[in-house]
Ligand binder design. Structure first.
Ligand code: 73E
Length: 832
């Protein structure tokens, strides 16, 4: 404050020069730091503390090292003032931070040594950490992987999101039914965040819009009725093999001094305090539904809350060094993760027009240069719509602005399309109907310079179905960036034995930053020495998984069996039901075999895990069905080790880190055309699990990379789906399918009445997701997997080729494409 622009730049430069004294990472320094944190941060005696307290102290010592880099990085960004990317997402699924941070900082061995000298086991302490689960599934974990890549590739990026008090619910299983419990993730403190009480902004809601005359010009002025304070919590994200650490800034809602001023003046002091507390509800809880939109007020408030705070922060940072908004697009790229943050478009217009007093057309020109969006949805029904009445009440000025944007859009379209009113009404941001709504996707499409799909096939769907009209008009806006996942978390952190094998055979660790090198493994795909190491790695990982299964479910599984896994959110389109019906078929076959046939059966452990949205009845029935089938099969003496069925409760990121490395075969069964991308398959691929998949989402591109012969593809193709929906099931498929569905219907596994409606969803004529017509092909793919497993050398070779072909599916590649094709940002590497 008080300094002019030149003075501020000089100050930044001077401060930057001062920061060159670093914390030390030798064993003695680390031990001293850990013990200091035991004593002064955790406030325990350094002679008496348990594993959890040791974890807390350890985490704080890592945090110090993160903060050090994070400060330096931000000073450097400030000095260089590059164009920055701001990644807005309502969800980030970060999982645990300790192991990932320590690996990215490059001090894992030092910490392990330091701890063992103190009498602690690093891995045991790492297990103490709970997951940060501020997201539902793929979309949110993708955001987390992309943050890791942005940091590693030295991009000047910021993430912005919400600091939910309660993340995704905990799933507990009682008698085979899912129950939800709140995720109290902050109860024991969170060492990975830095509370910034001084970084806070007021966010306004409700009220009215009035006309005012300012400098002879009539303006619309929003007189809000409520103000809530957004307080920043910063989460450093360290890159690997670089000193850069970027920031994920999450906002928490706190009562503002101005909240509900009226109650104070009317003398109702107690109620005024109680009302103040209500402000906090905005960032209380993550919506646990990843598909349906119900136009809830709280959801809209969450979206606007984090968007408004983030934009105030971004604009403040811009204004620190610039005073002309013409330069805004040269310094700022705003990425909106799905349409959830798209109210940002109206907010930028409001700030530029109402507060910065720019002309409408100039402001719109700026907005169109800064925004890009990624769409993750497939179905038009999944696109977010906000009822006009709701928007008008919560954000009255934004509603006016959206009307204005729509008016301009319609005028522009009329010039091109003439009187095609059907098309105009489809493209309008306003949806007419019983409940008049704002189509958030159309708002994004009208403004964003780039609209990205998340796989090649997904872009086709967007172009030909969901956004056909817009594509015909503005084909140049449409792109795709096939999703990717970070090999740091999904190999280096979660599968250390595989990590060592890869580095040993490639003769370098460079693949951890440049994963294309992993293709070098192809050369050794038939090498017996590599096979031996590979099989051993898999066995060790399977042992760990088997222990976990036994602890959680009391089911003992054989390590010789094929570990067959399907873990993801439970959805009808993901077809966990197809998997279970396949298991029932397998069970039925085994029951009808004589002893000599049984000797040829490949033993299987079928593992399913995933959460159902709390209000999604069909998905909850699928979970129960899984349990009743498991209950019957697992104790059947005719079956023994030939088949075991396991449901892993409370699937989350850290469970995935344990399960994926121990998987032989993973299943990705979405009806073709329904999974935008899928990212779980990429994690399995990296870990050398073979894929049994439909030709959907990114699986199509995986098949191109590793060769279709190295995976088990089945089922209808996208273009066959519509006709099949008309026609129904093939005869052969229908006989086997009808039989297994009948077993469930007849109460073979109990709960006959309860499962009736579930069986109805796959009846001939109602089978929207085509379980019946894909069943025969599914069983064939499963049989092919069995045959391949018998030949362990062949299987190992396919497994090596899977890992070797996984390079394309790194989020590093995805992020480089975004940087170049959508954001226009360049690396900015902190020089140390
Ligand atoms: O196919 C996945 C995709 O891999 C897609 O279903 C998922 O995004 C992944 C990452 O691109 C997704 N999540 C949501 N929509 N698509 C969603 C919608 C509303 C709330 C939360 C998540």
């Amino acid at each position: 404050a008080g300094l002019n622009l030149g003075e501020r730049k000089a100050k930044a430069e001077k401060m930057f020069g001062l920061m060159d004294v670093f914390l030390k990472n030798d064993a003695v320094s680390l031990q001293k730091d850990i013990l200091d944190h035991v004593e002064f941060t955790v406030a325990r005696s350094r002679f008496n503390f348990d594993d959890f307290e040791a974890y807390q102290a350890l985490a704080h010592s890592v945090r110090d090292r993160l903060i050090e880099r994070w400060h330096d990085t931000h000073q450097y960004f400030k000095k260089k003032d590059p164009k920055r990317l701001y990644f807005l997402s309502l969800e980030f699924l970060m999982g645990r931070s300790l192991t990932n941070s320590v690996i990215n900082l490059g001090i894992q061995d030092q910490y392990a040594d330091a701890l063992s000298q103190l009498g602690f086991d690093y891995e045991v302490l790492a297990e103490q950490e709970g997951d940060a689960a501020l997201g539902n599934g793929g979309l949110a974990r993708l955001a987390a992987c992309q943050m890791d890549s942005l940091a590693t590739l030295d991009y000047p990026a910021w993430g912005y999101g919400l600091r939910y008090q309660y993340g995704l619910f905990r799933q507990i299983i009682v008698d085979g039914f899912q129950h939800e419990q709140p995720d109290f993730w902050l109860n024991f403190g969170n060492p990975w965040e830095i509370e910034r009480v001084h970084v806070s902004y007021p966010v306004k809601f409700y009220g009215t819009v009035e006309e005012e005359v300012l400098n002879g010009k009539t303006c619309r002025v929003w007189i809000p009725a409520e103000s809530v304070e957004a307080v920043a919590y910063d989460n450093p994200i360290p890159g690997y093999g670089t000193r850069n650490a970027i920031n994920l800034r999450l906002w928490a809602a706190k009562p503002s001094d101005q909240y509900d001023m009226e109650s104070y003046t009317t003398g109702d002091y107690i109620n005024a305090i109680v009302n103040r507390q209500k402000a906090e509800t905005i960032s209380n809880v993550l919506y646990p539904d990843d598909r349906s939109y119900q136009g809830k007020e709280l959801r809209l408030k969450q979206q606007y809350f984090f968007v408004s705070a983030s934009l105030q922060d971004i604009i403040r940072r811009f204004k620190d060094l610039h005073n002309n908004f013409d330069e805004f697009p040269e310094k700022v790229a705003l990425q909106i993760n799905d349409t959830h943050p798209s109210i940002a478009i109206a907010e930028v217009m409001r700030v530029l027009v109402d507060e910065e007093h720019l002309d409408w057309s100039k402001a719109w020109g700026i907005a169109c240069k800064i925004f890009s969006v990624t769409i993750h949805a497939v179905q038009p029904e999944a696109l977010e719509k906000v009822p006009i009445d709701l928007l008008g009440s919560v954000l009255p000025r934004h509603l006016e602005i959206i009307y204005e944007i729509n008016y301009c859009l319609m005028e522009e379209l009329k010039k091109i399309l003439g009187q095609d009113y059907d098309k105009l009404s489809r493209m309008s941001i306003i949806e007419e109907g019983a409940v008049k709504c704002i189509r958030m996707a159309n708002l994004s499409l009208a403004c964003c310079h780039t609209v990205n799909g998340v796989s090649r096939l997904h872009l086709e769907t967007l172009k030909t179905r969901v956004f056909k009209d817009f594509y015909e008009l503005w084909p140049q806006k449409f792109q795709f960036k096939t999703n990717g996942v970070t090999q740091r978390r999904w190999i280096v952190v979660s599968n250390p034995s595989l990590c060592s094998i890869i580095s040993k055979w490639l003769g370098t660790e460079a693949w951890i930053r440049n994963v294309d090198l992993i293709a070098g493994l192809r050369e050794y795909a038939e090498d017996p020495d590599l096979h031996a190491e590979w099989k051993n790695m898999k066995k060790v990982n399977k042992m760990r998984l088997a222990e976990y299964i036994e602890t959680l479910t009391s089911v003992k599984v054989s390590l010789d069996a094929m570990f067959d896994v399907q873990i993801k959110r439970i959805h009808e389109y993901k077809r966990q039901l197809l998997n279970i019906l396949g298991i029932i078929h397998r069970y039925d076959c085994i029951k009808n075999m004589d002893e000599s046939d049984k000797r040829r059966v490949v033993p299987r452990v079928c593992i399913i895990g995933g959460k159902a949205a709390p209000g999604y009845e069909v998905a909850k029935k699928i979970i129960k069905l899984c349990h009743v089938v498991a209950d019957k099969v697992n104790i059947d003496p005719d079956v023994g080790d030939l088949l075991k069925v396991v449901f892993i409760p409370d699937y989350n990121v850290s469970v995935a880190e344990l399960v994926i490395p121990g998987t032989d075969l993973s299943q990705h069964l979405s009806t073709a055309g329904h999974e935008a991308s899928g990212t779980g398959c990429m994690k399995f691929l990296m870990n050398g699990s073979l894929l049994l998949a439909t030709a959907d989402g990114s699986a199509v591109e995986i098949a191109e990379e590793i060769g279709a012969a190295n995976m088990f593809l089945f089922g209808a193709k996208v273009d066959e789906v519509p006709a099949l929906r008309e026609k129904g099931t093939s005869l052969k498929g229908s006989l086997q399918f009808a039989r297994v569905v009948r077993m469930v219907r007849d109460g073979h596994f109990g709960f006959k009445d309860y499962f009736k409606s579930l069986c109805d969803t796959v009846e001939e004529g109602k089978d929207f997701y085509l379980l019946g017509s894909d069943f025969a092909s599914y069983l064939e793919a499963q049989a092919a997997a069995d045959r391949a497993f018998v030949d362990q050398e062949k299987w190992t070779q396919m497994s090596i080729l899977s890992t070797a072909g996984s390079g394309k599916f790194s989020s590093d590649r995805t992020i480089e494409e975004y940087a170049e094709q959508s954001w226009g940002i360049e690396p900015c590497k902190c020089p140390f």
